[in-house]
Design a protein around this ligand. Sequence first.
Ligand code: AMP
Ligand code: MG
Length: 404
Amino acid sequence: MISYSDALQMITATVKPLPVVELPLMDALGHVLAQKIHARWDLPLLDNSAMDGFAFAFAGQGAGSELAVAGLQRAGGTAIAAVTAGECVKIMTGAPLPVGCDTVVPVEDIAETAGGIRLKEPASQGAHVRRRGEEFRQDEHLLSPGCRLRAGEIGMLAAAGIERVRVHRKPVVALLSTGDELVELGTRPGPGQIVNSNRYLLAARLREEGVTVEALGVASDAEGALEPLLRRGLQADLLITTGGISAGDYDLVRKTLLGLGLDLAFWKVAIKPGKPVLFGTLGGVPVFGLPGNPAAAAATFQLFVRPALQRLAGHADPWPVLLKAVLAAKVKGGSSRQTFLWGRLSRQGQEYVFTPSRAQGSGQNRGMAGTQALLPVASASPDLAAGSTVEVMLIYLPDGGTPT
Ligand code: AMP
Ligand code: MG
């Protein structure tokens, strides 16, 4: 059986970024850039004031210097005419510097006089002035391919005049649940039945990743039922199935996929939970067969599918994010497979603390609830003591932190 890290290598070597599309800037939020971006103009376009205050030509004015107010410069207008020595212009933040002025004193640093102002502090040449192009110059290189466009990048590109960007398309992911025992939410399960909860967990997780989900519903455990739904799923950019992948008599997903021509990369990985996980490609579409047990489906999504989604989206580094954390409780080592434990991350002082969840069973539905990370425990490793520092795989950052 292959190891998790070998399996992950196979996924990242197989899955390629999706084609490039050109989108209006706002629609590109969350996408990965596929081009170099250069500024369309200088920013700022003009010298302007960084403060509400008074602008004048610096001539060594010290504390107590008096200046006559010769005009008003508002934001949004053009720079008004030159002032003469001994004069200043009242100016608002962001307003163009009047012709001939090079210095601004903030309104807090002056006293009003009958005809003007008196400086409370000595002036300093160039103070509180934002220079043309000081943030960036026209044609300056701002962003490179591979950069994820979040709010900060979107705002900066808008300021630079970038209306449309070339980005990798975001994936559409098909989701197929398998199992004769499954009913959809809304139907009260009868004896022997359960709700198709994996659909909800995985669709939610996919949406959190900004992915469009196409839920194909439930296939019963019969090749004839599986095949048409799998074929439909292959229209998407990536196909996920749950259930029917282990060694039971009715575990027919692998057989049906192989019948359709699956190029199998691996089936079964030396991990717990999630050992029966399957990965391959069919007609170039990555296919993941995840186990039916809810906590195993959730863990294998995180361990295998999420890196594949990162690759599809165009990320250069699709690997899980690792974070150092202090263990809140002892963790037993010694398993024959690499084990991944759900746990809660919290911020305590300068450190993150990882509290292993009590619900680790792969059949449990509450394994992932209330947790933010997975702790990898190497096979045949010794026990990990409470208080020791470990590296956990980050799923979510905690919502808050107590100020220290
Ligand atoms: P399987 O991998 O098909 O053998 O399923 C393993 C376990 O996971 C069984 O107890 C199934 O009832 C359960 N299971 C399978 N599919 C789902 C699903 N979509 N939602 C919740 N539980 C499931
Ligand atoms: Mg099943």
